[in-house]
Design a protein around this ligand. Sequence first.
Ligand SMILES: [Zn+2]
Length: 149
Amino acid sequence: MPMTKPDAAMAAHLQARIEAISSLHRDIAMLGEATDLSALARLGDGINDRLRELHPKVLREHEMMALREQLRVISEDCRRLLDNFKPFTCPYCGCPTPEGDGLVLDAWGYFHCDGEDAGEECGARLRLDDSGRAIGYINRTLEGDTQLS
Ligand SMILES: [Zn+2]
């Protein structure tokens, strides 16, 4: 017995499924191209919105769950990678702040930026948080004039 040819409605539904699943796979693959955490989060949110849109009309429950799981796993790995390798920079000259043994703090706990990579003396005295991110300059925070304790 020959397989019944899909009618127009069925063909349109199959076409929509193929397009939706292909584009979701493409979007998930794009996560690996994100160069910073906010771009990664934006892409992830977009994919989640799309999954919500497509389920249950186009995607079946287990397909939606499988794609959501892929999104979660890849996002998590990308996030850890970006977190680890994202260089922290001096907010004044843009030079990366050194890590580990290269990081020398003065008696008051400030790092003195020499602006080496910018090709000129920077001279900023930076307060760094536990992860090495510059959060303030002398007694000024970057966000405003709030005093650091
Ligand atoms: Zn600097």
